[in-house]
Design a binder for this molecule. Structure first.
Ligand SMILES: Cc1ncc(COP(=O)(O)O)c(C=O)c1O
Length: 356
């Protein structure tokens, strides 16, 4: 038996980290993780069940996810060589930082934004630099470019739309950064299907641009499928560090089926978009509450009383949303994912009770 001092072995930068907190409370109504509230449409599910029989689960998956890449290539009219599949887009964020940054290097993002950029970067020993968004959750390209130069940033992340604020930044300001920055620009379009705005056409013009998409928000969160699109020269580098079997057989096959036959999922997205407008309107009608505009499948709002208490009260009543109070710019802010009509109604009814 050996008892070594493990803490002496762990890298200092890792010791200083805190694990990403994922809410695992089993609430009846889960509106905290920006998932699709609907399961995959039955016709798609039945087809997957059928194809399961032909899967060789004793064999490794296709290391290059070729069929899935070709499906994505055809839909998005880009060459398959410009695509990489990730175990969720989180994995791709890590790979990008891994290939473009050495330990101690700087990278940046407008803030507040998706917490994983900083968490992943710190885990790799990098220095994250948040750039404060203005009160409309937007920024000016020139100021951001000056910040990137001052920090000597190698990579910049734009969550477009931005999680957790919900909005898309001004496309013109992003364009200024793409054109003026000599490093890598990552356009994280995890919520593309709800915003339907994209920078995909800029990939051909700018070899330093990487687009990220996710299937987690449109119904396949459990399968962990994300993909990246960029110049094939970038993919060549990513493929050197990517683990060969990072995407499993079931995820590859189901993702390809869902993307090929997208109309049932699109119907779900359309319902979610209608519900988003209804939910935003109902929230805006409540007193002492500020609702921020959303291009996503979630809504950020600020309450005047203690956000913490509102969050806990909802949780006591089986409704889990996201409490963002810990961020200094998001005091008393909460984020609610658009659920089914019934879930949204229950959430609203409970909120009215708390505020009343
Ligand atoms: C902006 C943004 N990017 C990426 C992700 C990660 O998505 P995935 O499930 O594909 O790893 C999320 C998930 O919340 C997100 O909000």
């Amino acid at each position: 038996m050996s008892q070594v001092n493990l803490m002496n072995l762990v890298r200092d930068k890792v010791k200083a980290l805190k694990a990403y907190h994922v809410e695992t409370i089993d609430a009846e109504i889960k509106l905290h993780a920006n998932e699709n509230p609907y399961p995959p449409p039955p016709e798609l599910f039945n087809r997957l069940q059928e194809s399961l029989k032909s899967f060789q689960l004793n064999r490794y998956p296709d290391p290059d996810s070729q069929v899935l890449k070709e499906t994505i290539a055809e839909i998005n009219r880009v060459p398959a060589e410009s695509i990489v599949i990730g175990n969720g887009s989180d994995e791709l964020i890590q790979l990008i930082l891994q290939i473009f940054c050495d330990e101690g290097d700087a990278f940046a993002f407008p803030d507040p934004t998706f917490a994983m950029y900083a968490i992943i970067g710190k885990g790799l020993g990098l220095n994250p630099h948040p750039f404060p968004l203005n009160d409309s959750w937007d920024f000016k390209g020139e100021a951001f470019l000056a910040f990137l130069a001052e920090k000597n940033a190698r990579v910049v992340f734009f969550s477009y739309p931005n999680n957790p604020t919900g909005n898309c930044y001004s496309a013109n300001e992003i364009k200024k950064v793409i054109e003026g920055f000599q490093g890598i620009v990552v356009l994280d379009e995890a919520y593309f299907d709800f915003a339907r705005k994209t920078f995909i056409d800029d990939i051909k013009k700018h070899n330093n641009l990487i687009l990220l998409r996710s299937l987690s928000k449109i119904g396949l969160a459990a399968l962990r499928v994300g993909f990246g699109i960029a110049d094939p020269a970038i993919m060549e580098q990513i493929n050197k560090v990517r683990l060969p079997y990072n995407s499993n057989t079931i995820s590859q096959a189901f993702a390809a089926q869902v993307l090929r036959d997208f109309s049932p999922v699109k119907k779900q997205i359309d319902i979610i978009l209608t519900e988003r407008e209804r939910l935003a309107k109902a929230l805006s009608a409540l007193p002492n509450l500020t609702v921020f505009p959303s291009d996503s499948n979630f809504i950020l709002f600020r309450v005047e009383q203690e956000g913490e208490k509102v969050f806990e009260n909802l949780m006591k009543n089986g409704i889990l949303i996201r409490n963002l109070n810990a961020h200094p710019r998001l005091k008393n802010c909460l984020r609610v994912t658009v659920g089914t009509r019934e879930e949204n109604d229950q959430f609203l009814a409970q909120l009215v009770k708390i505020k009343g």
